[in-house]
Design a protein around this ligand. Sequence first.
Ligand code: PMP
Length: 394
Amino acid sequence: MLHNLHPQPADKILMLMAEYRADPRSDKIDLGVGVYKDATGNTPVMRAVKEAERRILADQTTKAYTGLAGDPAFGTAIRDLVLGDSVAADRVACVATPGGTGAIRQALELIRMATPEATIWLSNPTWPNHPSIIKYLGMKMAEYRYFDNATRGVDFDGLMADLDALKAGDVVLLHGCCHNPTGANLTSDQMAQVIALMQDRGAVPFVDIAYQGFGDGLEADAQITRQIAAAFDNCLIAASCSKNFGIYRERTGALMAIAKDADQQALAQQNLAFLNRQNYSFPPDHGARVVTTILTDPALRAEWEAELEETRLSMLGLRQQLADELKRLTNSDRFDFLAHHRGMFSRLGATPEQVAAMRADNGIYMVGDSRFNVAGLNAQSVPVLAQAIVTAGI
Ligand code: PMP
């Protein structure tokens, strides 16, 4: 049987991590993998998470199954965090999933069950796992322009021109905040135009929000998602708790399906629970319980929000330092986009050759498309990166 298998394409980012580990240089800089790192290069367990885990360890009396949708208290907590009061609670179907990736996978399966002919529209570029899963599921996909390599901002005219081809029932995947891999984001006014176009064509929005709290703050980062959720009868939202709670390996996320009314919500809820049952039965509980414990305890929540804010501000500080350093070195403001981008990533707009040169000459590891993880930097390595960018002729 197993001899029939073919090798699968290797994950580029995981390959880069292996290359980095094998590099003997002591001054190498890892700007590849998408985890937050503090100034010492550590990915810490957040203070509120440690305390929530301590409480769970002390108080939990059973490990019996929860429900197919996960603990309902988690569903309520994550719905409030992401959606606020933008839609009535009785319109939101919600299931816990293994991470944001699990939510994306379940969303795509739900789309395939409901509208198998739908085309899924992805930004070019997007997180590579989006097209990978869609292809694996045998669904149709198309791309819309997103990144303008000249300005390193959003190519809004290109985006609108491409989405002009939307057909009724097509699904448009949008990043809720902190676009991965570019760091460039739509303004609320631009999103209003995208919403009007999607409404006109009868398209359905699918929001992937994996970095709430990493851009402009917890509430500000939810704004686009809420704007979309409030504007449509139907909308899918995949939320990840991996980054903003720092619980990557616990696999914590949720899929929300916004329905037209309470009857449709019940149907969607039942289908989401069915999908969980088919794929893994009960979703993981520990990370979800940590999140619920934090979000429902005012003191713990304040502690979490404070640490998340420290994390966000440290990334913004590094962005500003890098933009300032490049301004000094180049005597121009052409790298100011680095301070305007939001989230953990920015796309530099360098060629693969320039990326390879920085790796070979300076031990600076970033993804081949010139996406780099801002959190991989610290005050000492920012000038090193800035100089390497100038030397590589970017
Ligand atoms: N969406 C995007 C855009 C991401 O960058 C990520 C994480 N890299 C995810 C979803 C999923 O994250 P996870 O499955 O680890 O929660």
